[in-house]
Design a protein around this ligand. Structure first.
Ligand code: ADP
Ligand code: MG
Length: 263
């Protein structure tokens, strides 16, 4: 299933030990903004530990699709199940619990500017998850080490490059030991020379066992790392296939058109 440069054994040498995993299932999921339908009945089952790349043109509904999973958006129809259980519409503690199981990495990093790299990780553990400060700090350093950022633990986001900020954001997303991690175009805001270091961390994560859903325009990354590609356009899944099949023989005309533009 995995091909190219990154075999399972090579990835084992990278820095993530075994992480937990959970399944995600969309059943007839519908999302509208006002009268404007953006997801029109999504059915998608993602197995525990699966690495899925979501591809599709701008405005097709990719961000909305993953933002529904940890309820950054609420759905208008259908349901989303995690490990077979409907998540429903959550608030308060239940919403925090869901978000501790589902990490999210944004295109724009979204680090707190007034906090150091290490505080960006430890403060959420203290204030949201009730950890004691010393344990939270230790966990922050452990995670920063895994993404190669421990030397910058006391630096503020403004003192870090985009690639470094995004690696801190990945460490932060892992702080609560999620079983699922979602990425929304994590390299799109980066200068080209910084994309590689972020993809490298993501490759290691892809082999850690965690369930991973990545919205990306990095076709080579999707091809090498994803177990499956999901192509979405106009709020619908038009094709889902193993990457080799999708990139060599896309079946849907819109997928072919999309690939001609981006490859
Ligand atoms: P993608 O991530 O594939 O570019 P999005 O999920 O961001 O697509 O957006 C899908 C559609 O929903 C687009 O037409 C977009 O303009 C619209 N949309 C996204 N977010 C909002 C919002 N908060 N309010 C209104 N419309 C939105
Ligand atoms: Mg988007």
């Amino acid at each position: 299933m995995l091909s190219g440069l990154f075999s399972r054994s090579a990835a084992r040498a990278a820095d993530f030990s075994h992480l937990d995993q959970a399944s995600v299932e969309f059943r007839e999921v519908v999302k509208r903004y006002g009268d404007h339908p953006v997801l029109k009945g999504i059915n998608l089952s993602i197995a525990p530990g699966e690495v899925v790349a979501i591809l599709g043109p701008s405005g097709s509904g990719k961000s909305t699709l993953i933002r529904l999973i940890n309820q950054l958006e609420s759905l208008n129809g259908g349901e989303i199940l995690i490990d077979g259980k409907p998540t429903g519409k959550l608030t308060g503690t239940a919403l925090r619990q869901l978000r501790s199981r589902v990490g999210f990495v944004f295109q724009q990093f979204n680090l707190y500017a007034h906090l150091t790299a290490s505080q960006n990780i430890s403060l959420a553990l203290e204030h949201v998850h009730g950890w004691k400060a010393p344990q939270a700090q230790e966990r922050a350093l452990t995670l920063l080490d895994k993404v190669g950022m421990v030397e910058k633990a006391e630096h503020y986001p403004a003192e870090l490059s985009g690639g470094q900020q995004q690696r801190v954001a990945i460490a932060r997303a892992l702080a609560s030991s999620p079983q699922i991690i979602l990425f929304d175009e994590p390299t799109s805001a980066l200068d080209p020379e910084m994309i590689g270091e972020v993809l490298q961390v993501m490759k290691a994560l892809a082999h850690s066992g965690i369930t991973m859903i990545v919205v990306t325009h990095e076709m080579q990354f999707a091809r090498e790392i994803a177990d499956r590609v999901v192509f979405i356009d106009g709020g619908q899944i038009l094709e889902t296939a193993p990457p080799e099949q999708f990139f060599r023989h896309p079946e849907h005309p819109r997928a072919r058109q999309f690939l001609q533009k981006v490859l």
